[in-house]
Design a protein around this ligand. Structure first.
Ligand code: XMP
Length: 514
């Protein structure tokens, strides 16, 4: 396995894991540690490069997060980003002060030193993402300016002889158009990393770390069959085998055949060494949902009931030392750093079981982004249909049936959704879609089938393009695909006589219907 490592020292910036992710994209192993990591600890890690992140503080203010001057004298290349660049300037004898004009957002950058290694192959005029109120007002001795902007005379500086580089902008965010190139240049060119790290290595190191952490402890994992919990479960099963029990709660609000598909992969006949418990709790959920039409009430009931079922199963299992979760990095950000371990337990359904005693939570995917989780899933040999699965909300079809949930309606929406997904897959239209599904409106309308009048439900089809699920555009699906799906749904699904396509974006609509 590779022993090339780039160390990211965290000064509290919002994009820190994104920096790590960009380094991993260059196939170099990367660790993020708090800025307080001691020099001895840093030396022991033998990093090939160090990146100092951005952060919300002022380097000259009270309570500034600092660094030891010796950090810059280790003989290891250092790249300071935003706060990190100012820190480098301040510690090495430059001057940092409040900028007369703050810069936020996309900013034109002029590369003034075309021979700078950091900017190899970068255009002389390029766009960077800025977010700062302080700036470097005077260079430290030995440095030269390598880039400027209209309001920031030292947008980048370097002392190449000592391997010290600093940029005021954020190369890690995609708005910095040539940022990837710059980070590649730092990691590969300046630090000299060969870039032989692969997701397999993540799997190997994580499995080893899980083994060490868990020892002979028992682990309980709530498995939804979604990508994140599936990958977490397989990693754990590789690490600790039968010490792991996965509980899959089937709330009866899953997509067509989904329960069986999950059981086929993780159950006794599947390839993994773990204990798998499938709980068919559908009747329990249907009873609780009877007569309930308010979306929020429905969500609450489903979330709470899920926890109760899960708890009951955990009790049967007895001793549980660790609770495992498929929390991924975007979940950590959403729930606020630090507290995330507690808040995000069962983020998929909301809430953490109160009455399950466990020592600790294990979250092996905590530092990965969704596409990296999929890559890890592939490295683990998880079937492609699971790895590529689109997100499915914890409350399931409960929030895709407008109004009261009944077994009849569940069957309708399951069948319509299966047809829709099949047609989209057949046409190869699924590649770019963020999410696509059928929902059941609670509208009935008049139709004519054969020679008779019908008075049946309308199905709504939705397909959205999105990368972050916070905003979304409705997808322009080929008309043929929609029409074929609509025809099949009306012909094959009893109780439906009309199919509508939802062409609203988010906002103002949401992706789900409730
Ligand atoms: P909305 O409908 O808010 O959905 O635009 C945004 C994304 O979140 C998913 N979603 C959920 N996921 N539990 C989840 O795990 C939930 O309660 C939930 N509600 C919505 C939705 O599928 C979409 O991907």
């Amino acid at each position: 396995m590779t022993n090339e490592m780039v160390l990211v020292l965290d000064y509290g910036g919002q994009y820190n894991q994104l920096i790590a992710r960009r380094v991993r994209e260059e196939h170099v192993y990367c660790e993020v540690h708090p800025y307080t990591l001691s020099l001895d600890e840093i030396r022991a890690k033998k990093p090939r490069g160090i990146i100092l992140t951005g952060g919300p503080n002022s380097v000259y203010g009270p309570g500034a997060l600092t660094s030891d001057r010796a950090l810059f004298e280790l003989g290891v290349p250092v790249l300071g980003i935003c706060y990190g660049s100012q820190l480098m300037a301040q510690v090495l004898g430059g001057r940092v002060e409040a900028a007369p004009v703050s810069e936020y957002g996309r900013t034109e950058i002029t590369v003034t030193a075309s021979d700078s290694r950091l900017f190899t192959d970068v255009s002389p005029q390029t766009t960077g993402w800025m977010s700062h109120t302080d700036y470097i007002a005077a260079l430290p001795p030995g440095f030269r300016i390598t880039a400027t902007t209209a309001n920031c005379p030292i947008a980048a500086m370097e002392d190449a002889g000592r391997g010290l580089y600093a940029v005021q902008f954020h190369p890690e965010v995609l708005h910095t158009v040539e940022g990837k190139k710059m980070l590649r240049q730092f990691v590969r060119g300046i630090c000299g990393c060969a870039g032989d790290w692969r997701m397999d290595s993540f799997v190997e190191t994580t499995v080893a770390a899980l083994r060490q952490k868990i020892g002979d402890g028992r682990v309980l994992c709530a498995l939804s069959g979604g990508v994140d919990s599936s990958v977490a479960a397989v990693l754990l099963s590789k690490a600790i085998g039968k010490q792991l029990t996965c509980v899959f709660v089937d709330h009866g609000l899953l997509r067509k055949n989904e329960g069986d598909e999950v059981a086929a992969v993780f159950g006794e006949d599947g390839p993994y060494d773990l204990n798998f418990v499938r709980v068919d709790a559908s009747q329990r959920f249907y009873e609780k949902l009877r007569g309930v039409t308010d979306p929020e009430k429905k969500r609450k009931i489903i979330g709470e009931e899920f926890i109760r079922v899960f708890e009951a199963e955990a009790k049967k299992i007895g001793r549980v030392d660790f609770l495992a979760q498929g929390t991924i990095y975007p979940d950590v950000i959403e729930s606020g750093l630090g507290k995330s371990a507690v808040i995000k337990s069962h983020h998929n359904v909301g809430g953490l079981p109160d009455h399950v005693d466990f020592k600790e939570i294990v979250e092996p995917l905590r530092l990965l982004f969704k596409d990296e989780v999929r890559e890890a899933g592939r490295a683990l040999g998880i079937p492609e249909h699971l790895v590529r699965r689109q997100p499915f909300p914890g409350p399931g079809l409960g929030i895709r049936i407008i109004g009261e949930v009944t077994e009849e309606k569940i069957k309708i929406v399951q069948d319509a959704d299966a047809i829709y997904r099949e047609e989209i897959a057949k046409a190869g239209a699924d590649k770019d879609l963020g999410q696509y599904f059928a929902a059941l409106t609670n509208m009935r309308s008049v139709g004519v089938m054969g020679d008779g009048r019908t008075y049946d439900y309308a199905i709504a089809l939705r397909a959205v393009l999105t990368s972050d699920f916070m905003t979304a555009d409705s997808a322009r699906l080929p008309w043929d695909v929609l029409q074929t799906a609509a025809n099949r749904i009306v012909n094959e699904v009893k109780g439906v006589n009309r199919v509508l396509y939802d062409c609203t974006s988010k906002p103002p609509a949401t992706i789900e219907f409730e």
